[in-house]
Write a protein that binds this ligand. Structure first.
Ligand SMILES: [Fe+2]
Ligand SMILES: [Fe+2]
Length: 145
């Protein structure tokens, strides 16, 4: 997972963009905590709490992200990106349902792998791409006004 690339690419002075970038790092931190819990049978129940927290954190995050995108980018682009967020939310819901049904080291590992794959793809590719697009639009707007 190349999280460092987030810092490297998103060199922006815009506070909102920096804030979203911090959120992205926090999302990976939640997943890493979940991974540690998979090795600690006495703490399995925390896996559900962490996943619930990650879900609310992600809901707040996508609201902020979509609002910022709407300010600068064409509506269709924002709608397409918002659809990807719906996929992530569905993954989080399914993961929570799985853990509530069967809370074992194996199911926690399954969830961790699923979320790592999903969020690495979303954050390191889709978000990165759309943030670069956003920065470009912000710059050109500043330039013309
Ligand atoms: Fe994001
Ligand atoms: Fe996103």
């Amino acid at each position: 997972m190349k999280q460092d690339s987030l810092d490297e690419v998103l060199q922006s002075n815009d506070l909102d963009v920096m804030h979203l970038n911090d959120d992205h790092k926090d999302i990976f931190n939640y997943i890493n905590r979940l991974q540690k819990i998979a090795e600690q049978p006495n703490d399995f129940e925390y896996a559900i709490i962490i996943l619930e927290r990650l879900t609310s954190f992600f809901v707040e995050h996508v609201i902020k992200e979509e609002l910022l995108l709407q300010k600068y980018l064409p509506a269709q682009l924002v709608r397409d990106h918002a659809l990807l967020h719906q996929d992530e939310l569905a993954q989080l819901d399914n993961s929570l349902a799985l853990l509530k049904k069967q809370l074992t080291s194996d199911t926690i590992h399954t969830v961790v792998e699923r979320l790592k794959r999903e969020f690495t793809y979303h954050i390191c590719r889709s978000d990165r791409k759309i943030m670069l697009e956003l920065i470009k639009h912000q710059k050109s707007k500043k330039h013309y006004h």
